[in-house]
Design a protein. Structure first.
Length: 443
């Protein structure tokens, strides 16, 4: 059977020094190819991300004569449908070799983006959004995080956190770049040109970027600590970390569904960041107007957002490798609550910059933590099908939040109601996850 992230020859697995002896410089120099693969996958997933699509909302609404509410409703419907589809599509990470799966997903996303440039009806809009959300936000992220979690054990947190900097890079340079390009190119031309650039910059190099290197101590499809049939630990090259758990349990989807920790912690850790962050991004013009901040000043603050997203991403990777994702995961929700609180109670001069600093931390932490946590608790052998249950949760939350927050705004309940709801949601999820994961030990 072909598999995701497993070397053809098991003897290529090599031992490595303990995590504390693998310095950041050595790790980056040795693993730069695979880290670049993850970073580029994260970067080009932007073609299906909310922030990118929303940059063309005015042209799309004008072309199809849609109101803000109409466009938001169609967007929510398409995103929900894509979330449901990911339950089955995500299982490909357990059955396809990484290089082939990445090529398939990248090609599908680029084709979907080119087709989106030709929308001329509601059905084409919904279909285009469905494909962009499924292959972009959903599968591009799913593929690289699953591969990173499988390829690495002692440096798993650092690997995922470095790769996800691609999201931060696209979000920091994307809006300004698109606005500048729209002055010279028609929006349809951009939806043709950008996917072509994405394909050319990644597809030809996939084989080279996805080759195994000496610090990749994970077991690929077999999962950490699982010895392939007929092979010994010495043959597979299991490191000290793996030998400590030679028979680590590898959970299947049916078992995970029956685990209370999945419903009390994992679901909320996946849903809350997507709900809070997507909703606030979608309604950022309302937030700026309510705080009395000029849009130019508001967008200039994204520099702080980008800087602290990088800080959050790299810091959380180090913390995961040192303390484990189980102990760290719940605390990644704290910046969500603090960001909303500072924007709500702070003045425009102080509250807005603090909001963007905490907003950057909030968006830089969850992806690395959730992927590492899944691998720690449930193993990596069937990680594709397990993460395929969490992906729709995050995507579905990102579909609901603009709508729910929009209802609150339309009802005239004000900024306090919008931010208060998000604070309560994030704080409640953090407390629940802390209690559950504190007593939940990896098997």
């Amino acid at each position: 059977m072909l598999n995701c992230g497993m070397a053809p020859n098991p003897t290529s697995f090599t031992t490595h020094p303990p995590a504390r002896q693998i310095g950041n410089r050595e790790f980056a120099v040795t693993e730069w190819r695979f880290l670049l693969f993850g970073l580029l996958m994260a970067f080009w997933s932007s073609l299906g991300q909310t922030f990118f699509i929303s940059l063309f909302s005015a042209q799309i609404r004008e072309t199809l004569e849609l109101s803000h509410g109409d466009f938001g409703s169609y967007y929510a419907a398409a995103t929900t449908a894509s979330a449901i589809s990911l339950i089955w599509l995500g299982k490909l990470a357990d059955t396809m070799r990484l290089e082939k799966l990445a090529f398939f997903i990248l090609t599908s996303l680029c084709c979907a983006a080119i087709l989106f440039s030709q929308i001329s009806s509601i059905w084409m809009l919904v279909g285009g959004l469905y494909l962009l959300r499924m292959f972009g936000q959903g599968m591009m992220t799913h593929v690289y995080t699953t591969a990173m979690a499988r390829r690495y054990v002692v440096t798993r947190g650092r690997a995922i956190s470095i790769a996800q900097l691609g999201h931060t890079l696209s979000e920091s340079i994307g809006p300004a770049s698109i606005v500048a390009l729209q002055a010279y190119f028609d929006w349809r031309s951009l939806w043709i040109g950008l996917p072509v650039i994405a394909f050319v910059t990644l597809a030809p190099f996939l084989r080279h970027l996805t080759q195994r290197t000496r610090l990749q101590d994970g077991e690929g499809l077999y999962g950490v600590g699982v010895v392939p049939p007929g092979a010994s630990a010495s043959v597979t090259g299991l490191s000290g970390t793996d030998q400590a758990h030679p028979k680590k349990k590898q959970w299947r989807r049916a078992e995970v569904i029956r685990d209370p920790a999945f419903w009390l912690a994992f679901i909320w850790l996946a849903a809350v960041p997507s709900f809070v962050l997507t909703g606030l991004l979608f309604h950022q013009i309302y937030l700026a107007d309510t705080k009395g901040v000029a849009l130019s000043t508001w967008t200039a603050s994204y520099v702080l957002y980008a800087i602290f997203a990088v800080v959050g991403s790299l810091s959380i990777g180090q913390l995961i490798d040192r303390f484990s994702a189980r102990l760290v995961a719940a605390h990644t929700l704290l910046p969500n609550s603090l960001a909303c609180l500072t924007l709500w109670l702070g003045s425009a001069e102080i509250g807005v910059p603090l909001f963007f600093i905490l907003f950057g931390l909030a968006i830089g932490m969850p992806h690395a933590t959730n992927a590492a946590l899944t691998a720690e608790i449930y193993g990596t052998r069937y990680m594709g099908e397990i993460k395929a249950m969490l992906l729709p949760v995050a995507v579905f939350a990102s579909a609901l939040s603009p709508m729910f927050m929009g209802w609150i705004i339309d009802a005239g309940l004000g900024l306090g109601a919008v931010l208060g709801m998000n604070i309560a949601l994030a704080a409640g999820a953090q407390i629940m996850a802390m209690l559950v994961l504190h007593y939940r030990k990896p098997l």
